[in-house]
Design a protein around this ligand. Sequence first.
Ligand code: PMP
Length: 407
Amino acid sequence: ARAKTHNFAAGPSPLPTPVLEEAAKGLLNYGNTGMGICELSHRGKEFKPIVEGAEANLRKLLNVPESHAILFTQAGGTGQFSGVVLNVLAYLRSKRASTSYEEYRPPVLDYVVTGAWSSKAHAEAQRLSIPAVPGGKPFAEPRIAATTKPSKYTTLPKKEDYDISSDADMVYYCENETINGIEFPLDPNSPFAFPFDSVPKDALIVADHSSSFLSRPIVHLERHAIIYAGAQKNLGPSGVTVLIVRKDLLVDTTEACKLGGCPVVPIMMEYKVLADNSSLYNTPPTFAIYVSALVLTYLLKEKGGIEGLEKTNREKADMLYSTLDEAQSKGVLTCVVKDKQARSWMNVTFEIVGQEKEKEFLAGAEKLGLYQLKGHRSVGGVRASLYNAVEIDSVRILCDYIRTLYQ
Ligand code: PMP
């Protein structure tokens, strides 16, 4: 058992207590084998069904079509900043296999930069614009198709702010910017909706869903070539990364590289290798996958699936933002994101007005058991993350506490 705390961490973040209780038992003695889950072979009869079950439950929860593979891997979101591009470049090269190296045009990669994480992903792709030989052709031509940097990433681009190249081969976005508290809205009619219609028909859409994964349905999931997410927010412990990959992208990257024009893909990062081996090419983080599998079952059985999660998460975010807006009108704090439709449901950012007031606010919060509310070190301020395992009662207690700033 553990004391009742209200944990608003941005990730790693809280996991459902019943899941952790079950996991604690499994850690000691999995399925009455007399051995703990971390002591069992990843190729044994116990572990395989865990991965298979996790995949099936994830497919069910997010309604992932058969056109897309689900893969569990490692290296986090940061690993996939490189992983997605390397696989995309190999795929594009293999699609143009009859084009000679001399005639091969480096792919155009359009990045939508709306915060710290999409900015890092773009910076990683930028490294691929270094030519393979001095003065030679680059592997890729990354561009910025839209950026909200001038606003310090406190809003999203509107439809007219995008400059997506008509010959873009890939368009990349981050669905929820964890540090800044920005999230693309669900409503396709919102001025801030991601402009799926402006993406050229053949361009691959690649998205980082790390911090919004499993909080609500994914808009146009089927239109994406790759969606990826680190587990440590809504899914499970850190150490697992999930990929949803359109199956035609599962190409032999070695063969693609032989054509010239794309870099070698580390074998552990080749999506085809992961898929061909059912996510068990090498030793996976077995405990993290086990806990994630327990979470998936719990979300389906106890939380009403993705519709249930969407409903609860909307309620939680509405409750906190309306409290913050009221507190803002009283002059005690400011919301970082002013455009309501660009606000994240998962990471709510605000600043306390007055010197030293923020420290006081955070210290007072801890006295009430409201933990891990400090904003990211790069931006400061306060950040309340409202992931799935944060109960609505915890949000209510936080709101009551915020009201004490002016009542
Ligand atoms: N993308 C997003 C949206 C994130 O929130 C994070 C981490 N918080 C990352 C990528 C990087 O993930 P990791 O630390 O697992 O590499």
